[in-house]
Design a protein around this ligand. Structure first.
Ligand SMILES: Nc1ncnc2c1ncn2[C@@H]1O[C@H](COP(=O)(O)OP(=O)(O)OP(=O)(O)O)[C@@H](O)[C@H]1O
Length: 263
């Protein structure tokens, strides 16, 4: 088990956002988390990363068999890599330096990067095809280019577990496909990937799917299962249909006849 989360309850003010969630994430698999806006997906991902310290959180989370709250920050940062939504990054840093930040958990205090760090950064930048921009400041990149650099930073950590919140934001279709290939390679090499995704057809390419609504898990199962497809259609109010096209499961938009936009 890569992550074992028990009784995850998150409150903000008087409102309860997550209602006592239990979730096991299998190691060396890709799990996608989907659900409508406000379902609690990002909050759950942050709770699993231990990033909700200041909120009212009750959670019992184990990362790779160890209680998360008892892991040293550095050890946790080496084993768990995080790619968040709308990340604030140092805009004037060069791309190479941004990605090198992913190597901090591997470096001794104030020590310069070593050969392994430079290799990891180059490998990550090449994997996201961001290597040609390595000397450019982050502020000069487009939204999709920036996202690929932040993805490279998450890859450069070379962590066992990667948690990514909307990693495909601003990515064009070819780079979305590249991201799926990268995730498949990571999982093939033994890493665990958990991604919150709004692109349901891409989310269906994962091994397992967690479907959320109203701060609860409605379904957790293999992406290829009929029960998962039924739960997916239901949570999106039957406004999508899951169908197989060219041997790939995809979500197609579905409009009741009277609401069809072309009519
Ligand atoms: N700090 C906060 N204070 C109050 N409410 C919050 C806070 N953070 C999140 N929420 C609420 O908790 C709910 C879940 O938010 P969360 O961001 O986890 O949803 P999500 O499923 O990731 O949504 P989306 O698909 O829109 O990104 C939302 O209704 C949101 O408004």
């Amino acid at each position: 088990m890569a992550i074992r989360a028990r009784h995850v309850t998150v409150r903000a003010g008087d409102a309860e956002i997550l209602h006592g969630i239990d979730l096991d994430i299998s190691a060396a698999r890709w799990t996608s988390i989907v659900g409508p806006n406000g379902a609690g997906k990002s909050t759950l991902l942050k709770a699993m990363a231990g990033l909700l310290k200041h909120a009212k959180v009750e959670a019992d989370v184990e990362l790779l068999g160890q209680p998360l709250h008892r892991m040293a920050a550095r050890e946790r940062a080496r084993r768990l890599s995080w790619l968040g939504q709308n990340e604030v990054a140092m805009e004037e840093l060069q791309v190479h330096d941004v990605v090198m930040l992913g190597r901090l958990p591997h470096q001794a205090w104030l020590a310069p990067p070593d050969k392994a760090d430079f290799e990891a950064v180059e490998q990550a930048l090449r994997a996201t095809q961001a290597w040609p921009w390595r000397a450019r400041p982050l502020s000069q990149l487009s939204g999709g280019e920036r996202q690929r650099v932040l993805l490279a930073r998450a890859l450069a950590v070379q962590a066992d577990v990667l948690l990514m919140d909307e990693p495909l934001a601003n990515l064009d279709p070819p780079h979305q496909t590249d991201w799926v290939h990268t995730v498949r390679e990571l999982v093939g090499a033994g890493s665990t990937v958990v991604s919150v995704l709004h692109e349901v057809s891409i989310a269906l390419q994962a091994d397992d799917m967690v479907i959320m609504a109203d701060g609860r898990i409605q379904h957790h199962g293999p992406c290829s299962d009929a029960a998962t497809h039924a739960a997916l259609e239901q949570v999106f109010e039957h406004r999508i249909r899951v169908r197989q096209v060219d041997d790939v499961w995809v979500a197609l938009p579905h409009w009741p006849a009277r609401q069809h936009p072309s009519r």
